[in-house]
Design a protein around this ligand. Structure first.
Ligand code: FAQ
Length: 328
């Protein structure tokens, strides 16, 4: 029934009548809210969509360490350094849970890495923007982790079991990440005039890139209709972007900072804020590889992979030797 509802406004989503008996049984399981587990039958498109989304999500966590990792040595106090270090380590952990979830779909981690490195898989656009100063680390925690949570909380209910379970754990940690970012912003916004100006400048630069994290507007989203029918995605990109704006504006007001949008105003009728769309041509340039830091980010990941080759080879040699000994 759900699939039929989606058909009316969507691109290429099959109705129940158009589905094969296997596809229909699968859709009915999804509609009943059952979790799909790795060894169970699934349409090839469902598997591919999950590999793409979970893989890109994993890559985002790993590449996402770079803009913050840069600041671990420059954090202003020992406490801030310890907190940031823990956060960046958490992101590595999130990447690992997600790669594991993707592997249950029959794709190897090496294949996913290869696709990241040759540019055929994406990672979140946001990590192609530079972190120029300490206030940016506050803005990343507040806005980037805030947007990530807004997207990930509903994904705890996604239909694929391993992804959903990974999300539950990740969301717990993301809440701490958002709080630490907001705490940095509070310190800066309530600090000296110079610190306050830095906080405002960071908000100015990170606002629209954060809105872009939710993906293109619904009319341009290629995958949403099918992903929502399969409950891979629970909400559309625009729904989550709106929720993020509604949640973040009062937080900016509390900080005494101004969202850089002249069109921002409360709309009583819709019960949410009206706001300006990001510059979508900039978004499409960034995801095509032409953002401010794309080359640097990908270069850093490729270098890390190449520098780690000796270690992976050593581990494999050990595993093979150990395996032979056990077999004997
Ligand atoms: N960046 O048809 P749609 C984090 C691509 S985690 C780059 O709407 P979909 C934690 C999209 O892939 C952040 N590409 O796509 C952290 C597709 O291209 P394709 C990551 C984007 O999949 C914090 C095309 O545009 N979170 O930040 C973006 O239905 C701090 C058409 O788009 C996730 O990955 C984008 N922003 O919806 C770490 C959450 N948006 O693949 C460190 C899971 C769209 O056909 C520090 N993912 N594209 O070549 C999702 O919820 C979805 O995949 C969306 C996109 C909503 C991102």
């Amino acid at each position: 029934m759900y699939a039929q509802m989606v058909k009316t406004d969507a691109k290429g989503v099959k109705t129940l009548e158009e589905m094969s008996p296997e596809e229909r049984a699968f859709q009915e399981r999804v509609d009943r809210g059952e979790k799909i587990e790795p060894k169970e039958w699934m349409p090839e498109g469902y598997r591919k969509t999950l590999v793409r989304q979970i893989g890109q999500h994993a890559h985002s966590e790993i590449v996402g360490q770079l803009p913050e990792g840069n600041w671990i040595t420059r954090a202003p106090t020992l406490e801030r350094k310890a907190i940031l270090l823990a956060k960046v380590q958490d992101e590595a952990g999130h990447g690992l849970y997600l790669y594991c979830a993707a592997e249950t779909l029959g794709v190897s981690r090496d294949e996913l890495m290869e696709k990241l490195h040759n540019g055929s898989m994406k990672y979140s656009s946001i990590f192609n923007y530079p972190t120029l100063n300490w206030a940016d680390i506050g803005a990343v925690g507040w806005l980037v982790d805030g947007a990530a949570i807004m997207n990930q909380v509903p994904l705890q209910r996604t239909s694929f079991g391993p992804y959903s379970r990974a999300m539950i754990r990740i969301c717990k940690e993301e809440s701490f990440h958002q709080r630490q970012g907001y705490d940095i912003m509070m310190k800066m916004a309530k600090g000296t005039p110079e610190q306050r100006a830095m906080a405002q400048d960071a908000l100015n630069r990170f606002w629209y890139p954060s809105l872009m994290m939710f993906g293109p507007s619904d009319k341009d989203s290629v995958h949403s209709a099918q992903s929502i029918a399969w409950k891979i995605k629970i909400n559309t990109n625009d729904e989550l972007r709106q929720k993020f704006v509604d949640q973040t504006v009062p937080q900016a007001e509390y900080l005494g900072l101004t969202i850089p949008d002249d069109n921002l105003r409360w709309n009583e009728e819709k019960g949410g804020y009206d706001f300006s769309e990001p510059d979508w041509s900039e978004f499409f340039e960034v995801i095509a590889g032409n953002g401010p830091c794309n080359k640097e980010r990908l270069g850093a990941r490729v270098k890390a992979w190449e520098d780690g080759a000796w270690f992976r080879e050593g581990l494999m040699a050990h595993a093979e030797k150990h395996g032979k000994r056990q077999a004997a």
